[in-house]
Design a protein around this ligand. Structure first.
Ligand code: 4AD
Length: 429
């Protein structure tokens, strides 16, 4: 059995091949039947003729419909007019399933396609996005493995909020109200005391009420935590990681990016180091660009879109005002009211893909912050204990993998970047 891609490089020209897959397009004209077959590796046109196949088999072939499953044996022939440069002259075939009419046709709207996600994922665009996503997940893990990090896992059912109560998904846990994890950060901090440098890729859950093109209620969160690291140390690993992931996608998925009509030149400039801009300076810059942001304003999806069109590579924004971020961020001793943190904003209007920074590691400072944020210290006893026994400076980050894929692929909405999107209005299929 051959994969379609292997028929397209010239080495099989004139030889007999057997491929199997699904019918992507089919039409017949007189004594010929043209089938575009797809498998996970690509597409090729196969041509059946009445002369070769005979009346009965030809009837079988012509009556097939889109997405029917079939294997085909035939001779590979180079033909510059063919959709992928080669054709297969069919000598025999076997039908696995003859379909009813496939429900997805050309003019369908977005909601219909989301309802039909289980079938729409077979489209060429979605296949390319999913291949790029696969490369990105592998490259993320490879990067951290080869930089001395260990992979670990935290629980998804938790009793402690990390990112504030407003986006918590509550659930019943044998009579107790608990929630789904918003982040694995606190558990990575625990693991850091034995493994020093750790990462995880896990779902995170946010009951986001917003309906922006960049929010999911369940998303894939790639997080890292490193002992002895400053905010700057962490940013250095992150920018190299982003550069590495993008270069791996450029290496493995060029055709997929082309199929998605992504402007590849925009990805080729993604090379570390990335600029670092303090939040206060960014506010001033935004005013020069005609925006009316004031110091202390949060940057939402709209603001980040307006800001990042001015950049051609990702940019770190550091030193946010304390009030804009959650309690665990370490205040900057040299810049009162600001914290040692960073967001990484993707260029071209995409905006935040990473949030991270230094963690408070002094026991009393953390206890005060917990009080100031009106949190119950009992809920955080284990997190506080980390500052009681052998505390050390450390930093970490969280990268939204779906946002990363959304940006790399240059998609309209984050929903296209994940196989089964969960949003405020979608829980199926
Ligand atoms: O900035 P966030 O909320 O930071 C944290 O959760 C930290 N505990 C991470 C850490 O330091 N370990 O989220 C981190 C990233 C964001 O930059 C964004 O890319 C992604 O997670 N993210 C979302 N992605 C899709 N849908 C949502 N609703 C998201 N919320 C955050």
């Amino acid at each position: 059995m051959n994969k379609i891609v292997d028929l397209l490089n010239g080495s099989m020209n004139g030889k007999i091949a057997e491929i199997r897959g699904w019918i992507y397009r089919i039409r017949s004209s007189g004594a010929l039947c043209f089938i575009v077959l797809r498998d996970s590796s690509g597409i090729i046109q196969a041509v059946g003729s009445r002369n070769t196949l005979g009346e009965e088999k030809m009837k079988d072939l012509v009556s097939l419909t889109i997405e029917s499953s079939i294997s085909i044996t035939g001779t590979v022939r180079q033909d510059p007019r063919a959709i992928t440069g080669y054709e297969l002259d069919i000598s025999d075939f076997r039908i696995y399933q003859r379909n009813e009419n496939f429900p997805i046709t050309k003019d369908k709207g977005e909601e219909f396609l989301l309802d039909m996600r289980h079938l729409w994922l077979r489209s060429r665009e979605m296949t390319s996005i999913m291949k790029i996503r696969s490369t990105a997940f592998k490259a993320f893990s490879d990067f951290f493995y080869s930089n001395g990090y260990y992979q670990t896992q935290g629980p998804m059912m938790v009793s402690t909020a990390t990112e504030g109560g407003s986006t918590l998904f509550k659930l019943q846990f044998f009579g107790e109200e608990v929630s789904l994890a918003q982040s694995s950060q606190f558990y990575l901090e625990v693991m850091m005391f034995s493994l020093e440098k750790v990462f995880t890729i896990a779902p995170s859950f946010r009951a986001e009420k917003s309906r922006t093109r960049r929010h999911l209620t369940e998303y894939w969160h790639a997080e890292g935590e490193a002992a002895w690291y400053s905010n700057e140390d962490m940013m250095k690993d992150e920018e190299k990681m982003i550069e590495y992931i993008v270069s791996e996608v450029l290496k493995s998925n060029r055709e997929d990016l082309e199929l998605l009509k992504r402007d590849i030149s925009k990805l080729e400039t993604v090379k570390a180091p990335f600029p670092r801009i303090r939040y206060s300076d960014l506010i001033k810059m935004s005013n020069e660009w005609g925006m009316s942001l004031k110091y202390g304003d949060d940057l939402g999806a709209d603001e980040e879109r307006e800001i990042t069109v001015h950049f051609d590579k990702p940019v770190f924004v550091t030193h946010y005002p304390e009030a804009l971020k959650t309690f665990y961020h370490r205040p900057d001793p040299e810049s009162p009211g600001e914290i040692l943190c960073h967001d990484l904003l993707a260029p071209e209007g995409f905006g935040e893909i990473i949030g991270g920074g230094e963690r408070i590691w002094d026991l009393n400072e953390l206890l005060e912050k917990i009080k100031k944020y009106d949190l119950n210290p009992d809920d955080y006893y284990w997190y506080v204990d980390l500052r009681r026994y052998g505390s050390i400076p450390h930093s970490g980050f969280g990268l939204g993998m779906d946002r990363l894929v959304w940006w790399i692929c240059g998609l309209e909405s984050i929903r296209e970047a994940i196989p089964f999107p969960r949003t405020i209005r979608r829980i199926k299929p």
